[in-house]
Write a protein that binds this ligand. Sequence first.
Ligand code: AMP
Length: 259
Amino acid sequence: MEIFKTNSEVAAYVKAKKALGKKVGFVPTMGFLHEGHMSLVAMSKQTADVTITSIYVNPSQFNDKGDFLSYPKNEERDLLLLRQNGCDAVYMPDVDQIEQMPLCDVDLEGVDEEMEGEFRPGHFKGVVEVVYRLFTAVNPDIAIFGEKDYQQLMVIQKMVEQTRLPVRIVGAPIVREPNGLAKSSRNVRLSENAFKEAGFIYTALKQYTSVGESATKSTLKSKNFDVEYLRLYTFNESQRLFVAGYLEGVRLIDNILVD
Ligand code: AMP
């Protein structure tokens, strides 16, 4: 597996692969990888000939500095997982490499204002900045994003439409723990007990259509989940139920399709 630290190295690699007629798939991540990330690598491997994963914890998308500083890291384990899962190359730029890439100016048509946009001011601006810069550096044919961050997926789709970058955005289903908790790098911050119990979030989402909003909120609150929002939202004609909140001070998000 190749490891690149600079824009010029990754660009040269991609150029060489494309010259051979290969399609390049790209999986942007912030590291501390788990099976959710690996499902994106697997999807890239199914749809493209070459898979590049990036690991970059983007300071500009954290509205909470403490959250950024305490974001978990384990580079050695990440690289091992990526190797084991057949990733071809990893891009691990430092902040200087990212910041020398141009920015884009886009109108996200309000997709960035609700839910995560409302509760994490500036978050999507930071996401769009870094993903545009990574796309410009890597120049992939396909990029895979998880439905775990469904609103982010929509924001990236809008950004690509507006900037006309020649990259196809593909969404991948949420990978969950056996108890239903959506896998997340942040889950390690939960106590053993909270981690074991946290499947109640997914269970509550699934019961929403039969019990309604206030009963769902009460259930979540009764389990000490401090709800930020619980909202039905329609993206691309499909209605989803979104939730965000804090369990033991750890911010968790989830969503399900509502038919
Ligand atoms: P992150 O490292 O948290 O920025 O996530 C990188 C990518 O992995 C994003 O596209 C996420 O949506 C995706 N991802 C994270 N957790 C999961 C999960 N449990 N299932 C599917 N995709 C995920």
